[in-house]
Design a protein around this ligand. Structure first.
Ligand SMILES: C[S@@+](CC[C@H](N)C(=O)[O-])C[C@H]1O[C@@H](n2cnc3c(N)ncnc32)[C@H](O)[C@@H]1O
Length: 361
């Protein structure tokens, strides 16, 4: 049970007073040249770290639901882990990339003798780092490829967990809509006292028993998926997005009988029906086009074209018919009804018609 006296004690204190109670300095400035997503300077501790009051909104409820382990993925100075372990006497895990922050967390933890907290210094998105087992994952930060890597790890877990989310920039909750079939928003959301992009903490629950996991597993060994295969998925475009950092896949689009291909590299999204390709820079929507997926053929001329498209090489070319282009990039590769290339100057030629290529440095 979470003791009411403890809850009342925290409620009666300001954030600064609870920091003092945990002997914690909520350092926000870290002197280093670094990537800005780590918020190393110019951000206040109020913006960077979640307040105890806000954590109190959700922690007792989660404990009541049966949650025992709390994992803060990108834990900063570790406030949430300190509070969880102190309140519940249960295990907490904090993962943090910035050594100065986790050192501060460790020192506070030692001073309060909270031996059930495990601190991990490192990158939670790194492929070589397994996600620790936990009943709860707390996210207040993540965007882009790091978020995708984290979601892929949470998705692989075989036991259900809660995912507690505070919106950081306005793109996190919309991103999670793509995952709703396995990461289901619960009916519970909790109001935040701190000023945040969205005034609610949303709690999600994973569904590792969802039958679509078997479908996705069975697809992993395939060399391609037809539109009717993808249509079996509750979120086909979401599935395509999972391929968005992989070099060996491409999307095949059937547009009024013509089939062309698009790299999954750099794939982005606007809304639940539309993905934005980078190579070529086109939008495709599930309702309008027939979309399939295939592994990029490894042999022959096609592999060469697709590598050049991905590397955005500059060319000049000449066809047997005397058509020429200067300093162009490969835009579209068309595979049916004819094998054709479309260049950035808008010209389209059949593969077999190309007489001469010159790659420009
Ligand atoms: C906005 S702060 C939130 C801190 C804490 N979760 C809280 O709510 O108080 C995000 C933290 O995540 C850390 N972080 C960002 N990317 C990370 C990564 N890939 N691996 C580990 N930590 C990361 C940052 O250094 C920063 O301390």
């Amino acid at each position: 049970m979470v003791e009411t006296e403890k809850i009342d004690f925290i409620k009666g204190q300001s954030t600064a007073q609870v920091d003092l109670f945990f002997n914690l300095k909520p350092i926000s400035e870290v002197e280093r040249e670094g990537h800005e997503s780590l918020y190393l300077s110019g951000v206040t501790s109020e913006a960077l770290y979640t307040s105890y009051q806000d954590l109190l909104e959700v922690m007792p409820w989660l404990y009541k639901q049966g949650a025992r382990t709390w994992c803060d993925v990108g834990c900063g100075v570790g406030r949430s882990c300190l509070l969880w372990s102190w309140l519940t006497q249960e295990r907490a895990i904090g993962i943090e990339l910035v050594p100065e922050r986790i050192e501060e967390a460790r020192a506070a933890c030692r001073s309060k003798n909270l031996s059930q907290i495990h601190w991990i210094e490192g990158d939670f998105s790194s492929p070589s780092r397994a996600l620790p087992e936990s009943d709860v994952y707390f996210l207040y930060l993540a965007t882009g490829p790091q978020l995708d890597a984290l979601l892929a790890k949470i998705k692989k877990r075989s036991t259900p967990s809660w995912v507690v989310v505070i919106e950081s920039h306005g793109d996190l909750k919309p991103r999670l809509q793509w995952e709703a079939w396995w990461l289901a928003p619960t009916a519970n959301r909790f109001s935040l006292k701190s000023f945040r992009h969205d005034p609610w903490v949303q709690v999600y629950k994973t569904r590792p028993d969802h039958p679509v996991f078997h479908l996705e597993d069975s697809w992993e060994t395939k060399s391609g998926l037809l539109p009717q295969d993808l249509a079996l998925h509750p979120n086909p475009l979401g599935y395509l997005l999972t391929k968005s950092f992989l070099k060996n896949w491409e999307i095949v689009i059937d547009e009024r009988g013509e089939k062309w291909t698009m790299e999954t590299i750099g794939l982005a999204w606007h809304d639940m029906n539309t993905v934005q390709g980078h190579l070529p820079p086109r939008q495709v929507s599930w309702s309008r086009e027939n979309i399939g997926l295939r592994r990029i053929p490894e042999e022959g001329q096609y592999a060469q074209w697709s590598a050049w498209r991905r590397e955005e090489r500059l060319f000049s070319y000449l066809t047997h018919q005397g058509i020429s282009g200067q300093r162009v990039k490969l835009r579209k590769i068309i595979i049916s009804p004819y094998d054709e290339l479309e260049f950035s100057d808008g010209v389209r030629v059949k593969w077999e018609d190309i007489k001469k290529w010159e790659e420009l440095k």
